[in-house]
Design a binder for this molecule. Sequence first.
Ligand code: IVH
Length: 661
Amino acid sequence: MSTRERAGKLRETIRHHEHRYYVLDQPEITDAEYDALVRELQQIETEHPDLITPDSPTLRVGGKPREGFQKVAHSSPMLSLDNALTPDELRAFDNRIKELLGHTDYRYIAELKMDGLSMAARYRTGVFEQAITRGDGSTGEDVTENARTIRSLPLQTKRTEPFEARGEVVFNRKAFDRLNAEREKADLPRFANPRNAAAGSLRVLEPAITASRRLDYYAYFALDEEGRFFFDSHWDSLEFLADQGFKVNPKRRLCANVDEALAFCAEWEAERDNLPYEIDGVVLKIDSLPQQRQLGFTARAPRWAIAFKYAAQQKETQIVDIGVQVGRTGALTPVAHLEPVAVGGVTVSRATLHNEDEIGRLGIEIGDTVLIERSGDVIPKVVRLVRPGAERRPFKMPTHCPVCGGHIVREEGEAASRCINANCPARLKESIGHFASRNVLNIDGLGDVLIEQLVDKGLLKSVADLYTLKEEQLAALDRMGAKSAANVIKNIDRSRTLPMPRVLGALGIRFVGERTAELLADHFGDLDRIANATADELQQAQEVGPKVAESIRAFFDETHNQELLGRLKLAGLQFTHVAPKREGGPLTGLTFVITGTLPTMTREDAKAAIENAGGKVAAAVSRKTNYLLAGADAGSKLKKAQELGVAILDEAQLLTMLGGT
Ligand code: IVH
């Protein structure tokens, strides 16, 4: 046998055993025998790199680190699902289906709703080609190399025409507990739940890390190249996927009616803690594709499917201590340290208490036994006091910051106590984390561990210091190589080119999220102009009301924030912005303010209609307002408009302007 033939034979054998082990859970050989096969193949591939094929199982160990993730458009939108929270809601859904299908027969497929993250995997000529996260549903991130390390994802399929599998990446619960224990030892932050751990493991730049986490992939949809289903029955498509080598959850059932579906939901709710992965409910899908087509979609979700969500899981445990965490705004969040307890198969040892008032409302003290709740993707919280501890002591908010020793202040009317030292390292770390995060300045590679080191070593005293960091400084840190250092510097450099609204959002001004930053940028066009605008001027931007305007003003009134802005400008970040023009609409160039109750439209509808026609909607009336759209019970805005002589419209007049009847 030639070396090429031997390599081919080994691949085939390894693939067979991977499928037995990772997909079917029925191994035929020992781990050692399997390892020996992989080692032999690796040996051949090292000696003859030209013999490596893209679907070789040796590539599952994780290749070289990536420099960021490419965005990729989905072949068709990855939608989400509407929820039913009670059996009654599920029956209501079923009644709608019955009506819409004109009382013809239909069947449901009930599947477990695994709590991970959805991912599309594309195949061409029978070979795994690309994996994409859900992202915002229309575009996701290319995580091909990381997905390749998931042993239950086939690298080869029988079907040779292009197709796409969609399914869920999940983190095994036991592995999750083990990972968290290791992270705790290494002084790394714990993952809050298996779903976050799955997401964190799939979205790391180093595939070898993904490989070490042992993720699992369950497929639940098969689509053709255009993103369309190509089976007439969903059940058949699941069988097809299983036949192609995918792991398809065997815990699924064809149900003749809603009662059978509800029985399935109840059975698995009772069993959910015994499953190796987390589930947060059951997904019901209409089996027949022609019927699915007949039912169609809403903007958000298919009408032919629904998620029946299980209630959050609760457990009693004792509060051993209450600590505080310092956030980006300096706010102190009390955190209950708990006697570790398994809730739905995952160990919980921390729960948030939000703020001092919440502790008062719950009436809890250290030493008490409390009920805690964990639901899927949220941080565990304390629900109520069960029993006061025999020895209990009240929690007191510290007078000084546990991180920097700065003064803690609680302002009148505020729920949160804050550290007022603007240079508090805890605040700084959080601020940098926000600055670097994906939807903000997207500095891949600048994660918590690195930020921690940079701040503790005094290399970062302000966010602006990022732009003077040297590659050598980074390379000298723990767990950083020359390559990762170069990568981080490259990503920092790239952030200088990101559009102005991102820079504005990066500042971490309270109430200024992604959307508000966009709207402010559209209105002002220049970051310095926003920084210098009065509260009144700020309110001329769409959706900016007095609270947001005040917060922006307060931020830029701080001298150190002005300094920060100056330094970011010098560093070459984008300070100007050209608003996208919705030209040609009948309301282009006109500014509206909406007040009172309109006869048929909600204010949101009116706003959307005005914006779609090219107009703008501001929160407060000023001389720049062209029209006040006034409904019933209009108050101070109407008075102001009358004083300023602003034209006043009713809904009918607006509709005429929009070109309706
Ligand atoms: S169907 C448009 N089936 O739940 C159809 N989703 O709330 C949407 N999920 O984003 C997906 N198990 O991440 C479907 N058997 C299953 C599922 C499942 C888990 C997740 C998926 C989706 C979310 C919808």
